[in-house]
Design a protein around this ligand. Structure first.
Ligand SMILES: [Zn+2]
Length: 308
């Protein structure tokens, strides 16, 4: 099967941060950086990120500088060192315990918004930093207790490890792999419409979570077979996309179908069809739509379309 290179970076990639993981265990450095008025804080409130310009359709990430972030830090939520941006230390800080987080911020600095709704409009590096903060804070908020013995955990390594106070088990941030694949056969590709899609006319690539003991190629073949009844042979990696909604990474593939007959799983899909390249290029005229331009699903489709 022909390998199809990624034509451009996916959304949520291209972080400007130097993660500087070697500094996480330097407690003296972390204490200095936390107190440094030049340090920057990325606030997260109930899985939302702080931005300005959202209502105007020109969203920008808002980072709060050290002094102004004091009330945020005093709120007592988790925090973690994310790295350096232009020489300044950057931390994520979660303020989800506050019912109204705006009084914790400097005056009139913006709103907390869902990153997924505006990612395509944000500068790519900013979207990546906000996704990073959101994903790490989600893990921290959801892993306050040990999964081995149930005792409370305490943060270590500047927020990147949770250590159990009962049994000393160490817990690390989780990223759950999901495969997303464009299944192709000759000049046609297989797209599905899921019950979960908010847009009732949208057809997109198939996707699903990787299960324990399964290779990525096996997960691609199993998901396609389960959802559509189509058998898949060769599987070729394309690109990946961080997907911290709440804790995944999307691994994108092109996959070659060995069969054409479709038998959908009605619990997963409302419909699945084969589409020719010509049909995809005329999607709006034909009454269906493709996934958002900033999605890896759209990249998989467009990079395949560009071959012919
Ligand atoms: Zn424990």
């Amino acid at each position: 099967m022909l390998s199809i290179p990624a034509s451009r970076p996916n959304a949520y990639t291209g972080s400007p941060l130097d993660r500087a993981s070697g500094r996480r265990d330097d407690a003296a450095f972390i204490a200095r950086a936390l107190a440094d008025p030049d340090s920057l804080f990325v606030p997260v409130w109930r899985a939302r990120n702080l931005m300005k310009g959202v209502a105007e359709g020109r969203p920008e990430a808002l980072l709060i500088s050290g002094g102004a972030a004091e009330r945020l830090r005093m709120a007592g939520g988790p925090w973690a060192f994310l790295g350096f941006w232009g020489g300044r230390a950057v931390f994520a800080v979660d303020c989800s315990t506050a019912d109204d987080p705006l009084p914790l911020l400097p005056e009139s600095v913006g709103t907390f918004a869902d990153l997924r709704q505006v990612a395509g409009l944000l500068p790519p590096g900013e979207a990546s930093v906000l996704a990073h903060a959101r994903g790490l804070m989600h893990w921290r908020v959801k892993h306050r207790f040990c999964g081995v013995c149930g005792n409370p955990c305490e943060p270590r390594s500047a927020g990147h490890v949770m250590q159990c106070t009962g049994c000393d088990a160490q817990h690390f941030p989780r990223t759950d792999p999901a495969v997303i694949m464009l299944v192709v056969r000759g000049d046609r590709c297989l797209l599905g419409h899921s019950h979960r899609f908010p847009n009732t006319r949208m057809y997109s690539t198939l996707a699903g979570f990787v299960e324990p003991g399964e290779s990525l190629e096996e997960a691609v073949r199993r998901e396609v077979l389960e959802e559509t009844g189509v058998r898949v042979g060769a599987v070729q990696y394309h690109s990946s996309q961080p997907w911290p909604f709440p804790s995944s990474i999307m691994l994108g593939f092109h996959a070659e179908a060995l069969s054409e007959e479709i038998a959908i799983d009605p619990d997963e899909l409302r419909d699945a069809r084969w589409f020719s390249r010509a049909e995809l290029r005329e999607s709006e005229a034909l009454g269906f739509s493709l996934p958002r331009v900033d999605s890896i699903a759209r990249r998989l489709i467009e990079d395949w379309l560009a071959l012919a």
